[in-house]
Design a protein around this ligand. Sequence first.
Ligand code: FUL
Length: 472
Amino acid sequence: MKHSLLSFVLAFAITAVALASCSEVTPPEPYGPVPTARQLAWHETEYYAFVHFTTTTFRDVEWGYGDADPDEFQPAKYNPAQWVEVMKAAGMKGVILTAKHHDGFCLWPSKLTDYSVAHSSWKDGKGDVVGDLAKEAQRVGLKFGVYLSPWDRHDLRYGTPDYIDYYRGQLRELLTQYGPIFEVWEDGANGGDGYYGGLCEKRQIQPGYYDWGNTSALIRELQPDCIIWGNGPDARWCGNESGWMKEPNWAVADVEGEAMWHPAEVDVSIRPGWFYHASEDDKVKSLDHLMKIYYESVGRGANLILNIPPNKEGLIHPVDSARLVEFGQALEREFSQPLSKSGVKKFEASNERGGSRKFGARRVMDGDKATYWATDDSIQQASMTMILKKPERLYAMRLREPIQLGQRIESFSVEALNGSDEWQTVAEGTTIGPQHLMRLPDMEASALRVTVQSSKACPLLSEVQLFLPPKE
Ligand code: FUL
């Protein structure tokens, strides 16, 4: 009798467990605006190069007035293959070129103006920097994008409706002749004065002049996957040009009164200027500075576009290229020792959605960004703990939210257990979004706990990656 009762109880328990794990625990609903597919792909691009190059380079100024003779563009050792090799070595995933800067000179043979490489004695008017770089980028697997300055200090049409047609015509050329374009950079500068065929006058434009809505529609039509940066709906400026994203960093921002997924991009130059100046050869940013920029941009959930200007010869200067190679190696080294899942004895959480393994804490280390640890909907504060197999020396950590479901977490802390029973706070932060990177104090830990202190909706984490110190 005793025996049969036991088997009955056991059978019941097994059925109950089986039922519980079979019953569908519904995933959380998205919270607020979520990224589009093109924005999700853009977040993956993370870190890429900016190339400022035009006649301005040869005049040693920052903002060309628009009066340079096309023949002044003479990069004697021009070699975009060298540029992309450097970018690859630096760990970059793409490149954006100033197809036209404020001086109005076009680096491709535009049919819509005579102010371009086609009218320069360089390469007998057969040059095409946009085409060459697009090809080279594709060869080495970098995404390619274009900067097309709305402010034009050369073209006589600037300030009239004809100029808007001209600008859109140029976009049409760029977006139909050079393969996939991952981002169009619509710069915001409008300084006023310019050459304008010798008139040398100030041209002020009225708000609404550029009619960005219709330009965005054209870009969508020609390249549906392209990110429209700046005046467009897809990504925004971080607010400074010194290489850092302010915190908290919310990807959701107000665009013309509507809350939208509109993430930030941090633009900064490896030198003080955007264009090459020999006088700045000794002012190339140090390795430490570049690493700080990386942590404060990519590490704060923004994208980083790092400018590397070719010199008058048409090459990336040796000081810059050496620094970039060094930086690429430093980045690899920085994240070279991730703790593998097998280094974790146990994952625990204060709450796991519906008690389901599908949303369990161990999801943060399964190497799949699509899966995540989630809590029940009623929860806005929660913690998850990783008990390590053996004490490990801390170095750095990366957290990610599954942003396909929106951005939620407002503040968090990371604590470590080292020997005693006392948890010690090793990091604190506000937003996470696509990622949050942080260095941790040099100490040993036998367990780590991530606590979400406040969240706009039930918190989700798709990755908690611990990095051990790089090997010497
Ligand atoms: C600014 C421009 O005025 C600079 O010359 C540079 O192109 C920078 C990236 O954007 O608005």
